[in-house]
Design a binder for this molecule. Structure first.
Ligand code: OTU
Length: 684
């Protein structure tokens, strides 16, 4: 089994001999040693007890049954640890002594819908070669637990957390897959929907039929008094699908009728975390999945887990208490498992999911860098980097032991999380800018290169979000249509240039995701430039949700062309080079901090990565389709004066000659949409 402990290639041979010698010496003891697992478990319980107990008691200590809750949690922990397989315990140990295993520059992730990529889990195993060829070692499989029948929000309405969606396979298929991934140092991420269950989940069915115990698992109301009061300050997530945040069920509780809190769709019922039984229920699911070999739990919709009257019921302090308590308990049993926060919130709310203040080191290890994602799309449309530079400067560094996941697109819409403060600071109006972005990416804005669609336009606020695949939003769909059309007067060369620019835009965005700081994720199909898929319009269960346009089935015919001398081959080749460059650049590991700087050119975004070893990397990104010039002195300032005058190497072009960066006001040139990752060249 290949593990994640890093060893220099030179040491590997000698280590193997050393290991063989040691193994021979301890052969008899090894069997006995396994029984010591329980000692390690007890040590962890001790180590993390405070991390769990402090927030847990702040949440629930007032209750009469508080002591019983503690006893029950103790039983859950022991049962889960008893069941944890030896191989997983080894992996835990390995990760405990290599705590930043997931922050390494070698980590690169991919996101896949099992059915759309390979039909089912067995099929995925067969297609693993594709993932291996891309050298991805963090595999996020989109929701795969058993969803409700019919509409299920792409799998985010789970009926049974202990079963895999039968269309995709079984729990043992999942375990099998996890084993295969672990065998060569890869990890598996799956979704755990913590905020709500499907209304067909056992708890919900019992609540609906009126069992008092289960009514308390959800947020239910006899009349509109409280819902109306909450609605005063609640935004709407899916105003098109279901206006408001509550749904009335006349048949509920024996015909009494009740309103149920449903933030998302009608069939997704928000859980009531004021009730510790819900906490324990979710803990069971976490431990169960950890024991199946899942390495990363993507905690869906975490900001919504705690409601408070008079607020937007997101990001409440109790959410962080809950996450810390869960984090500590799962660590006691399965310390190798990571928590990933899915909190698509305003920039100032985001960092807290990585644990700040009293939660430092105690919350999620990773979280989506939603702000970065929004800002790169914003800069691509406006060709201006001031808003991005300013906004990113406001985001504090990630707390030690945590990192972002950085991405360009995924299965959701893009919500334009741009604050009035940040927009105002660069002379923009946030509302008008969001409107511009929607019009630009919907292709309505004159001269726009994009093909996308507005998602969930809210008529009460005038706000909307955006759907579309990376390639289509970046102009490839339009450029290809032009090439295909025989429109009189179209110049072939101009058409080819549009194609070229679209490819450059895709790579520009991914270059930022790969170097800004965090685990970069490639969304399935982006590496071969898959376009929007409009077939959802003919599928009754999907037609109203245009997020399906960016959830296309894997185009294996196109994938076959990936090594060829064609458009697909070019995009794929560039992705491969990007992945390789990332994996060879130590400065990109998660312990490096990032500092954006003003390049003096409003079209060129610049940032420096500072590695704890003192190494530095300066990255420049031209967000316009014109050649741009940057004063060399600006770049040298970023690198620090010690290296000034030295030649620089673009680590993306290791075989190209080094770059001589001019000093002072002398200009350095960037091609349209070019990005460079520069570091001082090795002195020979
Ligand atoms: C998530 O997204 C999922 O990624 C979506 O696919 C689901 O529909 C949804 O949860 C419900 O399970 O509002 O528009 O701050 O923004 O949880 C997407 C987090 C969403 C929310 C996020 C949510």
């Amino acid at each position: 089994m290949q593990n994640q402990i890093y060893m220099s290639p030179e040491n590997q041979g000698v280590f193997l001999r050393f290991k063989t010698q040691l193994l021979a010496l301890v052969q008899t003891e090894r069997v006995k040693l396994q029984a010591r697992d329980w000692d390690f478990f007890m040590l962890r319980v001790e180590r993390y007890f405070g991390d769990f107990y402090d927030p847990f008691s702040r949440l629930y200590a007032g209750r009469e049954d508080f002591e019983q809750q503690l006893v029950a949690i103790g039983e859950q922990l022991v049962a889960a640890f008893r069941e944890r397989k030896h191989e997983l315990k080894l992996l835990d140990f390995e990760r405990e002594i290599t705590p930043n295993w997931f922050e390494r520059e070698t980590m690169v992730g991919g996101i896949y819908y099992v059915d759309r990529f390979a039909n089912d889990l067995k099929g995925l195993l067969e297609h693993l070669a594709y993932i291996k060829e891309l050298d991805l070692n963090y595999i996020h499989l989109m929701p795969l637990l058993k969803p409700r029948a019919g509409q299920n929000d792409g799998g985010y309405a789970v009926e049974d957390y202990c079963q895999v969606n039968p269309l995709l396979g079984s729990m043992s298929d999942l375990e099998d897959l996890a084993g295969h991934l672990h065998a060569d140092g890869r990890s598996l991420c799956i979704d755990l929907v913590v905020n709500h269950t499907a209304k067909e989940h056992d708890w919900a069915k019992r609540a609906r039929s009126g069992e008092t115990k289960y009514l308390d698992y959800y947020l239910t109301f006899d009349d509109r008094t409280l819902p109306d009061a909450y609605e005063q300050t609640l935004p709407q997530v899916f105003p098109d699908f279901k206006p408001g945040n509550f749904t009335y069920y006349p048949d509920m509780a024996g015909g009494q009728g009740k309103w149920v809190w449903t933030t998302f769709n009608e069939y997704q019922w928000d859980l009531n975390y004021h009730n510790p039984a819900v906490f324990r229920g979710m803990l069971d699911y976490m431990l169960f999945l950890a024991n199946r070999g899942v390495d990363i739990l993507r905690l869906d919709a975490v900001p919504f887990m705690w409601k408070r009257m008079g607020t937007n019921c997101q990001n409440q302090p109790e959410v962080h208490e809950l996450l810390q308590a869960f984090r500590a308990l799962v660590r006691m049993v399965a310390p190798g498992v990571l928590f990933k926060a899915e909190a698509i919130v305003a920039p100032y709310d985001l960092i807290h999911y990585l644990g700040t203040g009293s939660h430092i080191g105690r919350e999620c290890e990773i979280a989506y860098h939603n702000s970065l994602m929004v800002l790169i799309w914003s800069a691509l449309a406006s060709r201006k980097v001031a808003l991005m530079t300013h906004s990113l400067m406001q985001i504090p560094p990630t707390p030690p032991g945590t990192t972002w996941v950085t991405y360009v697109r995924l299965h959701d819409d893009i919500g334009w999380a741009i604050t009035p403060e940040n927009a105002g600071a660069v002379g923009e109006n946030d509302f008008l800018h969001r409107r511009f972005l929607n019009e630009f990416y919907a292709g309505i804005f004159p001269g726009s290169f994009a093909t996308g669609e507005v998602f969930q336009f809210d008529t009460t606020t005038g706000e909307g979000r955006m759907s579309g695949m990376t390639a289509s939003l970046a102009g490839l769909e339009q450029a290809l249509a032009e090439v295909g059309s025989s429109k009189v007067g179209g110049h072939e060369q101009a058409k080819q240039q549009q194609l070229d620019l679209a490819v450059r835009r895709i790579l520009l965005l991914y270059s930022v995701a790969f170097s800004y700081g965090g685990i970069p994720l490639i969304y399935m199909g982006d590496e071969i430039g898959l376009l929007n898929d409009y077939t959802f319009r003919h599928e009754p269960l999907k037609k109203d949700d245009n997020r399906w346009m960016h959830r296309p089935p894997m185009d294996w015919a196109k994938a076959e062309e990936r090594h060829g001398n064609n458009l697909t081959g070019r995009i794929y080749g560039e992705f491969r080079a990007l992945i390789a460059a990332r994996k060879h650049t130590l400065e990109l590991d998660g312990t490096s901090t990032v500092q954006p700087f003003w390049t003096g050119n409003e079209h060129v975004f610049g940032y420096v990565r500072y590695h704890p070893t003192g190494r530095r990397l300066v990255i420049l990104c031209n967000f316009s389709e014109q050649t741009q010039l940057v004063a060399g002195g600006r770049v040298w300032d970023g690198l620090g004066t010690i290296t000034s005058g030295q030649n620089l190497q673009d680590v993306r072009q290791p075989h190209s000659p080094t770059v001589t960066l001019p000093l002072g006001d002398n200009l350095f040139e960037l091609e349209p949409y070019q990005t460079v990752w520069l570091k001082p060249a090795k002195v020979v």
